[in-house]
Design a protein around this ligand. Sequence first.
Ligand code: 13P
Length: 245
Amino acid sequence: MARRMLIAGNWKMNGLRQSLGIIEEIRAFAIVRSDLDILIAPPATLIPAAVKIAGLVKIGGQDCHSKRSGAHTGDISAEMLKDAGATYVILGHSERRAGHNEKSAMVRAKATAAQSAGLMPVICIGESESERRAGKAELVIGRQLEESLPHDTDYVIAYEPIWAIGTGLTASLDDIAAMHIFIRDRLPAGKDVKILYGGSVKPENAAAILAIEDVDGALVGGASLKADSFSAIIDAAPIRFAASK
Ligand code: 13P
């Protein structure tokens, strides 16, 4: 069975109420491209308002706590995201691994919490530039997978080489293809799991990246902040016929 494509926008720490207009515009694309899933992860403050206007566009969080509730000032639980109307949550993004010292074991605990709350985790992995230059990209990715994946195999993986995020650089098509095969080989439910590529995906490179066999979509940062660039990326996705998942 072909895997359904997923084009996801990670707004990071961007977006005020006026940004909801982007979701309204993307909603029309979700109707035209009902062969794939579109996800937008706005800041948590906008999730309830985003859900109201999202139509077929799925709305997700950008992080959650591993506990259901308690004395964790400033944190948001998976159950709260679900309650706000989110259906996905991005976890283990390199900006959280670096900026919040999140280790893979923590990412796994968060992913387990997300699944228990009924959210689909999008688990991010990626090597640094020095790790790639040292020929250690596969070693690093292999270890991140081993340590970050929850027991339940219902998740999405996002491969985001750190040096490609927000830099305008993308991994070569050959490197993306090779890494996605490497990742899939290491997943217990390999062929059923969506593996997204992220890192400077733009309208100009999206068609070539999304045409790679083991690339099942994209996790888009900067280019998801404008309806015209995000919709052009959605447009660039090849049509794969598959039952909804
Ligand atoms: P850019 O598309 O801005 O490089 O960001 C990628 C990313 O980090 C998505 O999670």
